[in-house]
Design a protein around this ligand. Sequence first.
Ligand code: HPA
Ligand code: ZN
Length: 334
Amino acid sequence: MYQFIAGLPKVELHLHIEGSLEPELMFELAQRNNIDIPFANPDEVRAAYDFSNLQSFLDIYYQGAQVLVTERDFYDLTWAYMLRCKADNVLHAELFFDPQTHTARGIGFDTVMKGLTKALAKAEAELGISSQLILCFLRHLDELSAFDTLQQAQLWKEKIVAVGLDSSEVGHPPEKFARVFAAAREQGYLTVAHAGEEGPSSNIIDALDILQVSRIDHGVRCVDDPQLVARLVEQKVHLTICPLSNTKLKVFDSMDQHNIVDLLRQGVSVGINADDPAYFGGYMNDNFNAVASAHTLSHKELANFTYNAIDASFCSVGRKYELHQQLQAYVDNQ
Ligand code: HPA
Ligand code: ZN
């Protein structure tokens, strides 16, 4: 099983690039930029990663991101993640980034974009991994700040495929961003949103109806509303599920309680993703392995996670075809 997973072609659609900051790189960047962090070594950082819910994680995650200052820092961060993609046979990745976390500290939008896009171009050329960028608005900040961020993205529009919504879900429902998402759609961006992670299933409905999202990030609480599950199946709405994230943030008590396999078998388009791998204990293969050790899954079902992700991805029709072919060849050779 683990061997099948290791070789399985994968597509990652839910990955926060700031959440791939490993403690070792955090230390290196803190030193490079003369920034104080309240830890003596990377092991101490790891020991602090004991979360009780989403907010307890977000507090540490935003603190960690403070070491990212220069274009080179963003490049190093992104390149390190793309090397992990290569190791896990991820052929296509769609990365979230949180510009407000950086611009609020005086880091230029351009600085972030230059670092990210240079690493992604190199990964495409040298590793053969295609990618897309998704700009996320922080939902705990106000609408005006989101509009300001959308404005700053103007010059980089060709490099950003979609806008998304992340950070604290409870108390910050989708409708808070109805107007900025409408403006983004008018400018030609696709849309996605975190919904139904810790918040109610009604947030999933509102993300679909008000924000007109192409897919839902997390979405695991859809099971509280059977009519909604039927709608997801019928309208082929994809959920980018993050199993290790959900257990680390206590959305589920344990992996055997996770509903991803039930959803797959009910016909919902679900995929497996890492979310914030440096904080939640693993990249793509680790997430697949964790699900496969807690649930009995056939090879076909494991491959279906990738088929679903390919279909839901924002890459070109031609690239989707290539990805399908590679996956099919792998499955046929088993
Ligand atoms: N949920 C909400 N916001 C986030 C997450 C998440 O899982 N990861 C990084 N920002
Ligand atoms: Zn996320």
